[in-house]
Structure formats: C-alpha cells, structure tokens
Design a protein around this ligand. Structure first.
Ligand code: NAP
Ligand code: MG
Length: 496
C-alpha cells in the first residue's frame, strides 16, 4: 500500500487537534468529563477520544450563543463588510489546511484522501467564500402601500437574523455539511451550536479552531461533539430559535416533534432514493459512467445517490453490463492508499445496514452482482448491482446509503415517470438522453429538488439544494438558503 500521507504527519495532525467542546470561544471538557472514541473505519482502530457533550453542555453552549446574539453584540452589530471578511477568511484558512482536512476526513469517515482533497475540502472553502459575499447583499425592499395615497406611508422591509441556530449534521461529508450549515448562518448574523455526527467529529474540531483564528467573536460558533441525545437536547431547547438538520428521515421526524415546544423554525435535509432514467438514445458511454458515479461516489453514502437505475429496454443489458464492469474495476481499500477508489463504509452499524439490504434483495428474488465483504477488517463492501428487481422490494423502496443500485428496464417515456416518482422521497433525480425535449419533459415531471441531465453529483455553492416530499423542508446553498436564516420585518411609518 502506498500511503498518500506519511505516518509522522498523521500523528502530528491528529495529535494536534483539540478534543474538547468549543463553548464561548474556549475549549472545555464535557461537564461530565466523559469522552467517546472515534474509529478509523478502514482499520477499526481508535483514532481519537473526544469530549462527550450532553444536555448540560448543550445548555452552556446555547447560553453562550444567546449572549453572542443579543442586540449590541459584537457579531450582529458588526459592519456587514467586516463580518463578510471574517467568513471569507475561514474559507482561506480551510484552503491553507486543505491536506490536513483531507487527511482527517479520510481517517474519520473512510473516504479516499484524493476525493476529500479534490471535492469535500475545496467545496467547503467555496461555500464560505460564496456566503461571505451575501453578508453585504441581503436586502429588504421599499413597498408602496396599496390602500392609501402613495405619500401617506413609507413601507419597507428589513431582513434580520433568525437568532440562535442549532445545526445537527451527519457523517457522510463531515466538513462539507458543516460548511453548508455554518456559511449562511454566519453570513446572516446568527449564532450557532453545531453538533457533528458521533462517527466523524474530527474535522469540525479543526474547523472550530480556524474559525476562531479568523476572528469570530466568542460564542458565535459553539461546537458540541456527542451523540443523538445532544442533538435531541438542541432540537428541544426553548432558547434555540432555529434547528437545521441533515440526516435520516426517521430522526428528521423526531426533530420536528422536539421543535414543537417553542415552535422553533425547522429545516431538514433528509434521505433519498433517487431515480436515474437512461433513455435508449443517450450517449451510452456518458450514461454508464454517469450512472456508476451516481451510486458509487463516496461509497454510495450520499443522500442523492442514484440508487434506482431505470434503463430503456433496447439498451438495458448494455448499460447494466457497463455499470457492472465499472463496479468490477473500482478498487476498494483504505482511503489513504493511493490506489483506492472507494473506501470502507463509515461504521459497523452502516456495514450491517447495507449488507442487510443486500441480503433482503437476494431473499426477495433479486440477482446480485458484487455484494461481498472486502477483506476481514474494516467496513468494506464491494460495489453492488441488483437486477430482476420489482418496485415493492425493500431494497428498491428504502434508502440503503451504500454502494448498492437496483436496476430495472422500462418500455417508454410514459411508463418510466410514474415508476421513477413512486417513492416517498424527492431529493435528487437524473436523466440521460440526447433529445433535449425528452430531457426537459422528464426533468419537469420528476418530483425532486435537483435533477441532473447527462451528469450527476454536480453541486455548487450558488445552486439551491433540498428535497421534495419526505426528503426535507427548505433549501440549502444559493440565495434561497437565506429564507432559512432571516426573518423579514415590515416597518410602516406614517408620513403625515
Ligand atoms: P442520523 O441518526 O439521522 O444522524 C444524523 C445526525 O443527527 C447525527 O449528528 C446524529 O447524532 C443526530 N441525531 C441522532 N438522533 C437524534 C435525535 N433524536 N435528535 C437530534 N439529533 C439526533 O443518521 P445515522 O444513524 O448516522 O444514519 C442512518 C441513516 O440515515 C443512513 O443509513 C442514511 O440512510 C441516513 N443518512 C442520511 C444522510 C443525509 O445526508 N441525508 C446523512 C447520514 C445518514 P449521532 O450520529 O452523534 O448519534
Ligand atoms: Mg470515525
């Protein structure tokens, strides 16, 4: 194995991290002094022990965020240009630490170092850079009143930060998910308590350190590492104004219930079971490579994974065989090995879940290509294709969140759309065709927040992202995200 990063550097980067909670600008132990271990999923070895934040720590963090938010605070009343420059600086510091972040993501999540370096980390920096510009650009409007003489009143709107935000993120893109959440909240002038996933807390700790170095006032960003109960305490907290969550649909529903106590604002980015429609007139090389990328990128641990592949009958065998061949050529291994294309799944739990779905597919009559455990240590699963599938199979209906695609043929455009839309999710979808009319019609009719045409997995800080149906509430990124983090205030003045 050729290591992308030398052992002494690994020790230095992991050893140099704070393992504590960031509360009010200081690194502190959990109130209970407890810690928990984060594992390297490629080796099952302990990577680091970090502070185990619980309800009492959430309480302290929310208090700090509240104090940092209140009027006259250094953050809210800072000139917006200055606020933007601090956020921009966070993006710069991420790029300065590009390799350290890529290393932490690879060690903690399992993903290939090269992927983290080319995708996760630069996209996280982009997000801060893009969002920094909005600090000076979110504006209200001047609105003439309809029911009185136009000179009688001055009506205008102000856009104000929503307040203290709880941000609860998952383990599939740990740094990037933190960036998606933090960038717009900071740019809006909100203050934050961030709860990283228990499986992947490390990159958030480095990010917290850099954010402080960039000049964030104490209490603006608080980080509580811990488990689901810390997330639950945040979602239920009466002094939190808004909760933003990315993760499973099941926990998303718990968040909605917990938020009801003080009716805090809720945005959710939940799972998916994204359909990928390949028509017979598609550029098949592009369609095969795109369909493989749609499901195998990031070990299939993507909320938008193209996990249901529908191929028009005349080219079905060719496309499925093409995707299967790409799957066979994927090198599964330790993310730090330069030869690796696909790393392990994030945890034993995720390994069990994914292999359980493969087993259920087999039991319900699908044919399986791949599906095997790779090696006997680490949570590696071979890229897998299920054929002979039916709509009602568990592996076709439920989100697997692993490198497992269910393929099925279709006869015509009119037949595929009802099947593609036959899901409770609506996050991503894709279509491959050379016919622009068909591409447009299909994109219009697919019930999903993002539709890719002749590509997959293209994201950008400028493009709104989120789900229809049970894939979520609200949009992240782009200008649209500010609907989540700002309140609109209407001011009416009698001019008589
Ligand atoms: P999860 O439980 O939904 O975890 C997401 C985040 O929510 C984590 O930070 C988690 O904390 C926290 N959390 C857990 N229970 C909570 C509660 N009751 N209240 C508030 N926060 C809570 O997801 P998972 O168990 O890691 O993965 C399970 C499945 O979720 C996957 O197989 C996949 O289908 C889906 N998933 C979707 C996404 C996505 O991007 N949409 C991402 C990850 C997973 P801890 O992890 O620390 O317990
Ligand atoms: Mg880990």
């Amino acid at each position: 194995m050729t290591l992308a990063v030398e052992e002494p550097r690994i020790q230095q980067v992991v050893g140099g991290l704070s393992r504590k909670l960031l509360i009010n600008g200081e690194w502190v132990d959990a109130a209970s002094s407890r810690t928990f271990e984060s594992l390297n999923p490629a080796t099952e070895d302990v990577l680091a022990s970090v502070a185990h934040g619980e309800a009492e720590d959430v309480q302290r963090a929310v208090k700090a965020a509240r104090a940092a938010f209140e009027h006259g605070s250094a953050w809210r009343s800072m000139p917006h240009g200055q606020r933007g420059r601090i956020i921009h600086k966070i993006g710069d510091l991420i790029l300065e630490h590009l390799e350290d972040f890529a290393l932490l993501e690879s060690l903690d999540n399992g993903k290939p170092y090269a992927v983290a370096k080319a995708a996760d980390v630069p996209l996280a920096a982009d997000l801060f850079h893009y969002m920094s510009g909005w600090a000076t650009k979110v504006e209200g409007s001047t609105i003439p009143i309809s029911a009185a003489h136009p000179d009688a009143y001055l009506g205008f709107t102000l856009r104000e930060p929503v307040g203290v935000c709880a941000q609860i993120i998952p383990w599939n893109f740990p740094l990037l998910m933190a960036a998606w959440k933090l960038g717009p909240a900071l740019s809006s002038g909100c203050t934050i308590v961030l709860k990283p996933a228990e499986q992947t807390p490390l990159s958030a700790l480095l990010l917290g350190e850099l954010a402080m170095r960039a000049g964030l006032p104490p209490g603006v960003l608080n980080i509580v590492t811990g488990f689901g109960e810390a997330g639950a305490a945040l979602a239920a907290h009466p002094d939190v104004d808004k909760v933003a969550f990315t993760g499973s649909t099941e926990v998303g529903k718990e968040i909605v219930k917990a938020a009801a106590g003080n009716l805090k604002k809720v945005t959710l980015e939940l799972g998916g079971k994204s359909p990928n429609v390949v028509y017979a007139d598609a550029d098949l090389d592009k369609a095969i490579a795109g369909s493989a990328n749609a499901i195998f990128f990031n070990q299939g641990e993507c909320c938008v994974a193209g996990s249901r592949l529908y191929v028009e009958e005349p080219v079905y065998d060719q496309v499925v065989e093409g995707v299967a061949e790409m799957a066979r050529n994927i090198t599964v291994g330790n993310g730090l090995d330069e030869a690796t294309d696909m790393g392990p799944l994030v945890s034993q739990e995720q390994f069990d879940r994914v292999t359980g779905y493969i087993r259920s597919g087999r039991e319900e009559g699908a044919e399986i290509r791949g599906g095997d455990r790779v090696g006997d240590r680490g949570y590696f699963v071979a890229p897998t294709i299920l054929t002979g599938t039916r709509e009602e199979m568990t592996a076709v209906r439920e989100e697997i969140f692993g490198p497992v695609v269910a393929a099925a043929p279709f006869n015509a455009e009119k037949d595929v759309l009802p099947v593609a839309n036959n899901t409770s999710f609506g996050l991503g979808a894709g279509v491959f065709t050379r016919d622009i009319g068909k591409a447009y019609r299909t994109a219009r009719r697919l019930r999903a927040g993002t539709v890719w045409v002749n590509t997959w997995n293209v994201f950008d800080a400028t493009l709104p992202f989120g789900g229809f149906k049970q894939s979520g509430w609200g949009r992240e990124m782009g200008a649209a995200v500010f609907n989540n983090y700002m309140e609109t205030k209407t001011v009416i003045t009698d001019l008589s």
